[in-house]
Design a protein around this ligand. Sequence first.
Ligand SMILES: Cc1cc2nc3c(=O)[nH]c(=O)nc-3n(C[C@H](O)[C@H](O)[C@H](O)COP(=O)(O)O)c2cc1C
Length: 228
Amino acid sequence: MHYAHGYLGASFFSPLANQRTDQYGGSVDNRVRFHLEALDAVRAVWPEKYPLTMRLGSDDLHPAGTQFEDSIHAIGKMKEHGLDLADLSLGFNTDDMVDPPFNDVGFMVQRAHRVRSEVGIPVDTSWNLGVPQNADRVIREELIDLVMLGRPALANPHWPIWAARELGHASPFSLVQQDWRWWLENFRGHGPSIGWPEVAAAGGGDADAPTHDSANEPLHAEAARRSA
Ligand SMILES: Cc1cc2nc3c(=O)[nH]c(=O)nc-3n(C[C@H](O)[C@H](O)[C@H](O)COP(=O)(O)O)c2cc1C
């Protein structure tokens, strides 16, 4: 369910967009009414074996827009209506954002982690997690449950394979389908000859070793400062 980025659900949720005076506007409980009704309708026909997930524009970064505290409350309600996982993103209901953190590594991680601990629901987020060590770390430290990728996947559609290799997976090509794997591992030279430079971690390196210090360090401090 897409409730972010100015789409219909976001237009109901954000006070910047929602000017209604009926039961779908005003208080946060009114502004989340549309989402809960839509969840009920989908949950009724959605197979139990598949996760029902939702992306929320959880912060407009604007004093008159969606506030993150309201998002925590709303996701709690959505959990009661059968939501399985919350994807935390921004609202994008205005270009007039205050201090947007677009250059900060993992700037939504701390917010997502708050939802995880305060609502008790699995969470994911995207936003500047394309360095494999950072993506790995936010999972290992149980800050979030799933990492989403946007631009890193555009830049490198095989990002998961590359990341596995960067993190020391002994046989990253075993993660692709068999007919690709064979060519990647066996056909007349591999590794550097196909544009995959050797990495120190390949073949049993220490996956926990932080190798991108400059990218790693701000992950908590910056995110915590902004969500404080
Ligand atoms: C070309 C492009 C198209 C996107 N389209 C959507 C979209 O339709 N819906 C959406 O929720 N996010 C969209 N996004 C945002 C991404 O889902 C993602 O949240 C954002 O790029 C931040 O993650 P990243 O740092 O991994 O790129 C788009 C991003 C890009 C670069």
